[in-house]
Design a protein around this ligand. Structure first.
Ligand code: HEC
Ligand code: HEC
Length: 147
């Protein structure tokens, strides 16, 4: 019991010691891309990105990235009754629609078994898959994506 108490106290002291310098450094040295302006004072409007659709698919930036969508999605409803994305990309219809099949991983349920229904954690497709846009990096960098 005594040992546990001592380690809790040491742990708390260490945590406080580490947290404090980080908090003070943040305020002076790091400024956001909009400068040191409060949100309501920011002058430029938020950027509007031009979608880059119906052309070559963008490469993935990392191996397990959800692929970007090379077509518009705003008219495709996803709700309790209907999921337009599944109508084209689902196991049952993708061949006829000539669309790529939904990732196999989406059909694997927590018990590790593959089913014919996608797992509900993958139901809201646009939570992860967004249309391709010509969004230039906000900060110059030499990152190279995965092929
Ligand atoms: C009318 C049929 C249709 C519907 C509806 C549809 N798609 Fe597609 N989708 C396609 C086709 C066809 C392609 C392949 C385009 C290509 O390769 O150029 C595609 C490509 C994709 C890709 C790229 C896959 C890859 O491997 O790179 C993703 C991701 C995707 N769609 C997601 C969605 C999402 C999310 C929705 C719903 C919001 C949706 N699609 C609705 C037909 C459809
Ligand atoms: C929680 C995030 C998430 C959701 C929700 C999601 N996906 Fe994906 N999707 C991914 C990831 C990550 C990949 C790439 C790895 C993989 O295949 O699992 C992928 C891959 C894909 C692919 C390409 C498969 C391939 O073999 O290249 C298609 C098509 C796709 N998803 C369609 C959909 C559709 C349609 C929905 C909605 C019914 C959906 N996804 C929901 C994360 C998601």
């Amino acid at each position: 019991m005594k040992n546990i108490l001592v380690s809790i106290i040491i742990g708390a002291a260490l945590a406080a010691g580490w947290a404090m310098p980080a908090a003070t450094a943040g305020a002076d040295e790091v400024s956001s891309l909009r400068g040191n302006l409060a949100l309501p004072d920011a002058k430029s409007p938020p950027p509007v990105y031009e979608l880059k659709l119906d052309q070559e698919k963008f490469e993935r930036s990392f191996k397990s990235q959800p692929p970007l969508v090379p077509h518009k999605v705003d008219k495709y409803r996803i709700n309790l009754k209907t999921n337009k994305c599944i109508n084209c990309h689902g196991k049952a219809d993708y061949k006829e629609e000539e669309a790529p099949m939904i990732g196999k991983s989406h059909y694997i349920h927590p018990d590790g078994k593959e089913r014919d229904q996608i797992h509900m954690s993958r139901y809201f497709c646009t939570q992860c898959h967004v249309p391709q846009a010509d969004a230039k990096p906000l900060v110059a960098n030499n990152f190279k994506g995965a092929k």
